[in-house]
Design a protein around this ligand. Sequence first.
Ligand code: COA
Length: 161
Amino acid sequence: MVKHIGIYPGTFDPITLGHMDIIKKALKIVDELIIAVASHPGKGPIFSVDERVEMIKEDIKNLKGKIKVIGFEGLLVECARENNAYIIIRGLRAVSDFEYEFQMSGMNTRMNPELQTIFLPASESTHFVASRFVKEIARLGGDVTEFVSKNVAKKLKKYFG
Ligand code: COA
């Protein structure tokens, strides 16, 4: 039987409840999920790849299913190939996400035609969440526990002092 291995890439700086929603949905579709944390230096992440990987591992520890969390640099198509994944999972929050996501999936499939992207709709409760806003709220001393886990909220508090 073919094993369906999916890869869910992102910057995850930090992981939010929105990402968790997509992870839970993806686990219902694939046999194994690889959460791939892009180093993405151009985006100026506040947490290192290792810290982002650790936060994800902590948040997913009670989820059922086969999940691997890895960091990666370079092309997503290469990371997918190395991990035998041929399904890319991406969450869609709003119509505005679609154009960028559609382009990215086209480029990735052009680079590796074996690779297909599955878009999963964000749940109503998380469709407005974005890491950038969570960081801004935390930086300004606001409460982020509606948007991230307790562990991530603690890490943000520590970072912003
Ligand atoms: N719920 C809540 N928030 C979500 C979400 C969801 N379901 N889905 C995405 N987001 C948010 C993220 O928090 C992030 O917010 P931010 O921009 O405020 O930080 C934003 O939406 C998009 O981030 P993310 O999903 O992490 O994607 P990205 O655009 O940062 O990263 C990569 C995209 C990493 C997948 C892409 O750049 C990549 O593949 N890089 C590797 C290099 C490569 O192969 N490039 C060629 C691509 S064609």
